[in-house]
Design a protein around this ligand. Structure first.
Ligand code: NHR
Ligand code: GAR
Length: 215
């Protein structure tokens, strides 16, 4: 049985998608938030999952927060740590401690638009495809090895909210899939540091696109 700790900061809909996927061979040991007002905590508690809050504001600096968070996580001795809408940048020591067992979902088609406000920046750039990426976390922000991506169209009348909603629906499909692969032991890094998904029938992309001529 693989044990997983999920880190959230807010709504927690990606955490919820992972919980609802009922991935066999996986136990969710805890859901931990850096904010006590994270809506996702209530869902986790209602599911009988242990919850904890490590408020980043309670620490003098980022390094001390990272240590407290790491201690809280490690009481559960997880095989995997999942960032699901977790909004604090983590330091090198933290990331190194969880090397190869720390996943994040980022709301863009990386390497485009790392960092914050991805939907606004995609609209400003005029890209016609946008999406989401699950990747292993490294010290380089949103720069770690890519596991799976989903693309959605950017439509002419889109605003930030409706584009975010379209991307989020895809996040809820690809994140449980990536976690399932990890739990099944099917993710490996090749000699170039790229992710290989072992086994047949492992599409590492999802496309939800209208036909080119939309008449
Ligand atoms: N930490 C490392 N080292 N590497 C990554 O790839 C990380 C990470 C921590 C979080 C998620 C990421 C995203 O998917 C993530 C990836 C927060 C910020 C940020 O600037 C940027 C990227 C991500 C998450 N946060 C502000 C900060 O000062 C706070 C913003 C807020 O609280 O609203 O940490 O997008
Ligand atoms: C998701 O879109 C996730 O990709 C994004 O925040 C949202 C969280 O939603 N993550 C980041 O922007 C990380 N910086 P959720 O709390 O409902 O899963």
């Amino acid at each position: 049985m693989k044990s997983v700790v999920i880190l959230i900061s807010g709504r927690g809909s990606n955490m919820e998608a992972i919980v609802r996927a009922r991935i066999s061979g996986m136990r969710i040991a805890a859901v931990i938030s850096n904010r006590d007002d994270a809506a996702g905590l209530a869902f986790a508690a209602a599911q009988g999952i242990k919850t904890a809050v490590i408020p980043h504001k309670g620490y003098a600096n980022r390094a001390q927060f990272d240590v407290a968070l790491r201690d809280a996580i490690d009481t559960h001795a997880p095989d995997l740590v999942v960032l699901a809408g977790f909004m604090r940048v983590l330091g090198d020591d933290f990331v190194r401690h969880y090397a190869g067992r720390l996943l994040n979902i980022h709301p863009s088609l990386l390497p485009a638009f790392p960092g914050l406000h991805t939907h606004r920046r995609a609209l400003e750039a005029g890209v016609k495809l946008h999406g989401a990426t699950v990747h292993f976390v490294t010290a380089e922000l949103d720069g770690g090895p890519i596991v799976i991506q989903a693309a959605v169209p950017v439509l002419p009348d889109d605003d930030e909210d409706c584009l975010a909603r379209r991307v989020l629906a895809e996040e809820h499909r690809i994140y449980p899939q990536a976690v399932r692969w990890f739990v099944e032991g099917r993710l490996a890094l090749d000699e170039n540091g790229r992710v290989e998904v072992k086994g047949a029938g492992s599409a590492t992309f999802a496309l939800h696109l209208p036909p080119l001529d939309m008449e």
